[in-house]
Ligand binder design. Structure first.
Ligand code: HEM
Ligand SMILES: [Cu+2]
Length: 625
């Protein structure tokens, strides 16, 4: 090992826990994101189940109205910020650098910092259940409801500070991915040879970059209003409530594309791999991705049609919203044409991707219905909206996440998930999903408002709620099969080779699980689908772009964890109104940053002898050195 390696914590080194706490390896960080995302998925899922159990019969007193509001708020907030985003960021972290033939992300230290900030933010948010009460003003925390007058107690403060901290983490992740994709593509990997999942990661990261700051500002202003008595949103003090809605949705609408664009990338890769065909219309897919990312910022007012912003504003934003259907339609047709005439293998990953298509189309159709302004005046805040956004968020994002997990799981763990259990998971979840949410469209049309903790008995509404709750039990059962699958296959699963799916892209050229340096030699990319190209026109090995040589690796660091702990302390202290402790927390943050800036650590090198045997590339590389 070369390089100067100063680590005061020498004696913890080597323990597995310390290794995970201090890792800067994009693959381990990816797994940390996926692991914590799945844990939060269970928490958010239990919250959803409790909500549905409360609604199974009319006039139910299963939970109190106060608890219901907390469950509903925490469920939405958790699913969006602690499940969908981190699971996707985790998969991007794992797969994207491999897909572009890179050895790591551009800023490994920041990557770790991003994860720990997300994690402590999520932890802080969930501690609210135990200390003082969870936030209860809805995941969109509209003012005036979210101000002190109507939401006394610390609930909304948890929301404000938890999301603020985890939001910084997401922003850091986005910047890191952009720089990685711009700078670290393997030789020959031009932009138009990047796999679609890498493309969607790229556009998603740009969305993060522009969408998180408005949220940060909104949360900051709300914090000032709640903690320090400013009046940004308080009408009594001359503030303006609609400003909150604008800031929130300027973030909030792109947010839904943040969680749906990456799974578009997943479907593109998965469908192409399991149809044994090149993705149809690659260029139009890239173009549609960029276009969707762009339009995502132009339509936020469709969440505010009933605010009275005027007919002109509503018309323009209504039409802009419908425009998104065009690039999305292009994508749908390209997926269908990719499957057309392909040799389709219905693995679990493929099933989730295929089932996504009709599900997402249905969510899209109701979306266009909601974009019709006069219609939205009727649908607004009814269960129709709940049905719509679950078709998109759950039907698209979560199905896509499952597809991605089944697809990349062998790469991440070295073990294949069991296909039989996988199929049980798939069918139970899919049926459960449609049984839960399809009937809710009709609940909405019958006039059941969203965010109410109970309803008056009437024949149709009773029945539909009953069916919907039964459906959610189906999803629960499916998820249990998934967990069982993870546990069992981790112990005695089938080993995955480098290329269990007969893949097409670079991540399948290296062993599973991936060695810490990813590629012993950087690959030379000469086409889109490089591995497939090599299988068709050669010995199945992608050529190497460099001789086998020593590889520079970054050292792990405990500093990101410490910075995050400082942030956690500061955040919690603000919630408790102990400003002195908050200042101490921030001093810790800045002190650790100081340590970091004076640290002299050039990482270390892995020498060629330590790598041999793990290269799956062939050709120009000269062995040894
Ligand atoms: C696991 C199955 C799920 C079930 C059974 C479920 C059920 C529910 C229910 C009953 C509500 C309350 C609706 C209301 O009264 O307005 C709700 C709200 C919500 N859900 Fe889900 N949900 C599930 C998964 C998800 C997922 C995966 C996401 C996002 C990725 C999500 C996002 C939301 C959001 C944003 C809200 C709105 C919360 C609010 O109004 O503040 N849900 N869900
Ligand atoms: Cu929207």
């Amino acid at each position: 090992m070369g390089g100067y390696n100063f680590r005061p914590t020498e004696r913890f080194d080597g323990s597995t826990i310390w290794d995970w706490l201090t890792t800067v390896d994009h693959k381990k960080i990816g797994i940390l994101y996926v692991g914590s995302g799945l844990i939060f998925f269970l928490i958010g899922g239990v919250e959803a189940l409790l909500i549905r159990l409360q609604l199974i019969v009319p006039d139910s007193g299963f939970v109190t109205p106060e608890t219901y509001n907390q469950l509903m708020t925490m469920h939405g907030t958790t699913m969006i910020f602690l499940v969908a985003m981190p699971l996707l960021i985790g998969i991007m972290n794992y797969a994207m650098p491999l897909q572009i033939g890179a050895r790591d992300v551009a800023f490994p230290f920041l990557n770790s910092l991003g994860f720990w900030l997300f994690f402590v933010g999520g932890l802080l948010l969930n501690l609210s259940w135990f200390f003082g009460g969870a936030p209860d003003a809805g995941w969109s925390s509209y003012t005036s409801l979210a101000l002190n007058d109507y939401s006394p107690g610390p609930g909304v403060d948890y929301y404000v500070l938890g999301l603020q901290i985890s939001g910084i983490g997401s922003l850091i992740g986005g910047i890191n991915f952009i720089v990685t994709i711009v700078n670290m593509r393997a030789p020959g990997m031009t932009y138009l040879r990047m796999p679609l999942f890498t493309w969607t990661t790229f556009v998603t990261s740009a969305l993060l970059l522009f969408a998180i700051p408005p949220l940060t500002v909104a949360l900051l202003l709300l914090m000032l209003d709640r903690l320090f008595g400013t009046g940004f949103f308080s009408v009594a003090l001359g503030g303006e409530v609609v400003i909150w809605e604008h800031l929130f949705w300027i973030f909030g609408h792109p947010e839904v594309y943040l969680v749906v664009l990456p799974v578009f990338g997943v479907f593109s890769d998965v469908i192409s791999a399991f149809s044994k065909k090149t993705l149809f219309g690659y260029l139009s897919m890239v173009f549609a991705t960029v276009l969707i990312g762009f339009i995502a910022f132009m339509v936020w007012v469709h969440h505010m049609f009933t605010d009275g912003l005027g007919a002109m504003a509503n018309t323009i934003f209504g039409i802009a919203t419908m425009a998104i259907a065009v690039p999305t339609g292009i994508k749908i047709f390209n997926w269908l044409f990719t499957m057309w005439g392909g040799k389709i293998r219905f693995t679990t990953a493929m099933l989730f991707s295929v089932a996504f298509i009709p599900t997402f189309v249905m969510g899209g159709v109701t979306g266009v219905m909601l974009a019709v302004v006069p219609a939205d005046w009727q649908f607004h805040d009814s269960y129709f909206v709940v049905a719509h956004f679950h078709y998109v968020l759950l039907g698209a994002t979560v199905l896509g996440l499952f597809s991605a997990l089944y697809y990349w799981w062998p790469k991440m763990t070295g073990k294949l998930l069991n296909e039989t259990w996988g199929k049980w998971h798939f069918w139970l979840f899919l049926f459960g999903f449609h049984l839960t949410f399809l009937p809710q469209h009709f609940l909405g049309l019958y006039g059941m408002p969203r965010r109410v903790y109970t309803y008056e008995s009437s024949p149709m509404v009773d029945n539909i709620n009953m069916i919907s709750t039964i459906g959610s039990l189906g999803m629960t059962l499916g998820t249990i099969f998934f967990l069982y699958n993870i546990v069992v296959t981790q112990k005695r699963g089938q080993r995955a080779g480098a290329d269990p799916w007969d893949g097409r892209t670079l991540e399948w050229t290296i062993p599973s699980p991936t060695p810490e340096y990813n590629f012993a030699q950087l690959p030379l990319v000469e086409s889109y689908d490089p591995l497939w190209e090599a299988k068709m026109n050669g010995d199945g090995k992608v050529p190497a772009a460099e001789p086998l040589g020593s590889i520079h690796m970054p050292s792990s660091s405990y500093l990101p964890l410490f910075i995050s702990i400082g942030m956690f302390v500061a955040g919690y202290a603000l919630i408790l109104h102990s400003y002195f402790v908050a200042v101490i927390g921030m001093i810790v943050v800045f002190a650790v940053m100081g340590v970091r800036s004076f640290e002299v650590d050039h990482g270390y090198h892995l020498e060629a002898e330590e790598l041999t045997g793990s290269s799956n590339l062939s050709g120009k590389g000269v062995h040894g050195r």
